[in-house]
Design a protein around this ligand. Structure first.
Ligand code: PLP
Length: 392
């Protein structure tokens, strides 16, 4: 068997491996607390489920247009107007099977040998994986603890050259829980005027998950960027719909024929009933979303306090998403050693910072999309077991 050479360039998302290992340990009777995978532990709100079921009963069983049903694209455009305060055309919206395909397709569209793509590191692992797969060179934008896991715009601008095709940004961020500082974004957008051929992919999948009364700052707010900006968002995190596989991308009009070609070649269209459920999600009373967010907020405060009370660990205050990215350098152990110790010895699933890139060494990601009882139990276990594992 001879596979194409580029297959060896594809990476993976460790969160899915840890999820399988945690499930296997649980099946053997181990008491596992899952702080690994990044998905809400709530069920999808009932009106959304009912709309999906109703769509099936109403006979929506066939293909839809590759860009999605018009009612859903209208609803997304309206939602963008309401939340991001910018008028966009429904024709710029591409409904996708989850948030991920927008990133993979954008990378595929711009990436090839000789091209460079900038991406956050530590960051969502699929960015680097897909950049390598496309043949392009991944150029990391370091996100450092001391800058609140934001970036230095001048540094990002210094990484751009004639080969740069695309810059990927993600705020609020996985795995750090950081939010890009507004001043740095403004500086970056101004600096990008010198580079009119460089496109930007803004991964805003956690746009509704910001805390302390802060407002999400969408890249869409910058008018001068709009004709070269791709926005990725979706239903997975906000509406607890990770398994429905429903997301959207907003594209500049001139790229719509290109992204449509990719969609037709890869998946034809998105599951029809999920699309009807997506309309219900955007149009329903948003009370269930607010309730989930206040639960996440409570858990955020709890995990932040408990992690910082542990010997050898410190944790920046997460500003968005549902992740705490704890600095474990004080334990004298590597990120991977801590991940393995926690899973195998203590039954706590977490993700090593190195799964998110080289700049993740020294950190472990704790997803707090789990109950306060489970978070407390996990922290109790850590408090007891960690001192003996610390290497001075
Ligand atoms: N972007 C980021 C930063 C994520 O963390 C995730 C999922 O964890 C995604 C995109 C993908 O979302 P989806 O499950 O909708 O494909």
């Amino acid at each position: 068997m001879t596979l194409s050479a580029k297959m060896s360039l594809l990476g993976t998302e460790t969160a899915f491996d840890v999820l399988s290992r945690a499930a296997a340990l649980a099946a053997q009777g181990r008491d596992i607390i899952n702080l690994g995978i990044g998905q809400p532990d709530f069920p999808t709100p009932a009106p959304i489920v009912e709309a999906g079921v109703q769509a099936l009963k109403d006979g929506h069983h066939g293909y839809t247009a590759p860009n999605g049903i018009p009612e859903l694209r209208d609803a997304v455009a309206e939602d963008i107007q309401n939340r991001r305060h910018v008028a966009v055309k429904p024709g710029q919206i591409m409904i996708m099977p989850g948030g991920k395909p927008t990133m993979s397709f954008a990378i595929e569209m711009f990436g090839e040998a000789g091209a460079e793509i900038l991406y956050p590191n530590p960051g969502f692992p699929i960015y680097e994986s897909m950049i390598r797969y496309s043949g392009a060179t991944p150029v990391p934008i370091p996100l450092l603890e001391e800058s609140g896991f934001s970036f230095d715009a001048n540094h990002v601008l210094s990484l751009i050259n004639e080969k740069t095709r695309l810059i990927i940004l993600n705020s609020p961020a996985n795995p750090t829980g950081g939010v890009i500082a507004k001043a740095e974004l403004e500086k970056l957008v101004t600096g990008l005027e010198r580079w009119p051929d460089v496109y930007v992919l803004s991964d805003e999948i956690y746009s509704r998950m910001v805390y302390d009364g802060e407002e999400h700052m969408s890249l869409l707010s910058f008018e001068k960027l709009r004709d070269r900006l791709i926005i990725l968002d979706g239903w997975s995190k906000t509406y607890a719909m990770t398994g429905w596989r429903l997301g959207w991308g907003l594209w500049p009009e001139h790229l719509i024929p290109e992204i449509t070609k990719l969609c037709v070649n890869y998946h034809s269209c998105v599951n029809a009933s999920a699309q009807y459920a997506g309309i219900a999600a955007l149009k329903m009373d948003q009370g269930p979303v607010d309730e989930m967010m206040s639960a996440f907020d409570e858990r955020r405060k709890l995990i932040h306090e408990r992690l910082n009370a542990l010997d050898g660990i410190r944790c920046a205050y997460p500003k968005g998403a549902f992740y705490a990215f704890a600095n474990i350098t004080g334990t004298g152990r590597s990120s991977r050693e801590i991940q393995e110790f926690l899973l195998e010895q203590e039954g706590i699933a977490t993700i090593s910072g190195t799964s998110f890139g080289v700049f993740g060494e020294g950190f472990v990601r704790f997803s707090y999309a789990n109950s306060t009882d489970n978070i407390s139990a996990a922290m109790d276990r850590l408090e007891k077991a960690l001192p003996a594992f610390i290497q001075s």
